[in-house]
Structure formats: C-alpha cells, structure tokens
Design a protein around this ligand. Structure first.
Ligand code: ADP
Length: 149
C-alpha cells in the first residue's frame, strides 16, 4: 500500500469501532446512598466513576473520585450525606449510545475533561444506564487497532 492508502485504511478501522464493542459494565448506585457507601462501592467495584439512578432506575447523576474526595474534606459525617447532594446531575451529564463511534466519545471525554460516560438507552422520559465507556476502554481500542495486524 502507499502511505495514503494505509492512512485511509487506518481511518476506516477507527471509524468502525463502536461503543458496543468496547464498553464495560456500569456500576450504579441509588441517589439516596451515603457518600460513605459510595466510597466503599468505588473501592469494591474497582471503578473511578459511579452512575447514580433514581427510584425508577433512570440516570440522575455521576459521581467521580474527586467529587468524593471533595465531600470528605472537613469533619462531616459521610454516612449522613447522600450522593445526590454532591453528584453532577442531569441534564448536565455527557452520555453516549451503544451505536456511537468510539472516536466521537474519545473526543467527548477530552472536550468535557472527564474520565467516563454512561452508555444509555431511552426509557420513558429518562435514560436507563446499560454500560460505561472510560479512558481505559479507549486505550484498549487504540491497542486493538495494531493487535489485529
Ligand atoms: P475526577 O473528578 O475523579 O478527576 P472526572 O474527571 O471524570 O473524575 O470528573 C470531573 C468532574 O466531572 C466531576 O465533578 C464529575 O462529577 C464530573 N463528571 C464525570 N463524568 C461526567 C459525565 N459523564 N458527564 C458530566 N459530568 C461528569
């Protein structure tokens, strides 16, 4: 192949990478769990981002490591603070769908300066969380481009 063709082929492979082929399972907590329990869940599930859902199991917010660290500064009783007070909430959540191009989501993570987005599906007047795309998924996708050669 000429250099140009190889570049075009690489571009095509990148555009063919979809969220559904690289997503992980989401880790979800209810909006009334305490900051303390959210910290425990984050450690036990080994993730950096938790998705928060309401009683109808619809996406209500996102809690990151730094959100939990910020809430832990000072002498508050972390058992008494519900995550819904400290989370980033809807409609300010960046999210994606399973058919989306992984490349577009990589750009979204950079633009919004975040580590993860929930993969969602419309349900009633909200969104059900069906997956998770993080910088790790993007890194794995990047490596898979050459692993296939
Ligand atoms: P950390 O805060 O641990 O570095 P992030 O960079 O992902 O993790 O989060 C930065 C801020 O952006 C946090 O306040 C978090 O609540 C928020 N955030 C994280 N993910 C999203 C998202 N998908 N949509 C909107 N806000 C988000």
């Amino acid at each position: 192949y000429t250099g140009k063709n190889r570049t075009q082929l690489l571009g095509e492979s990148i555009k063919k990478m979809k969220v559904k082929d690289f997503q992980s399972l989401p880790v979800v907590v209810k909006d009334r769990v305490s900051v303390y329990d959210a910290i425990c869940t984050m450690f036990l599930e080994d993730v950096g981002t938790l998705f928060v859902v309401d009683d109808a199991s619809l996406l209500a917010g996102v809690v990151s490591r730094k959100d939990l660290l910020r809430a832990s500064i000072g002498n508050q009783d972390l058992n008494k603070i519900p995550v819904n007070i400290i989370m980033t909430r809807m409609p300010n959540i960046a999210m994606c769908r399973k058919e989306d191009s992984l490349y577009e989501i990589a750009k979204l993570l950079i633009e919004k300066q975040i580590d993860a987005v929930p993969v969602v599906k419309e349900k009633g007047d909200g969104y059900e969380v069906i997956g998770r795309v993080t910088k790790t998924n993007i890194t794995k996708a990047f490596v898979s481009l050459l692993d296939g050669e």
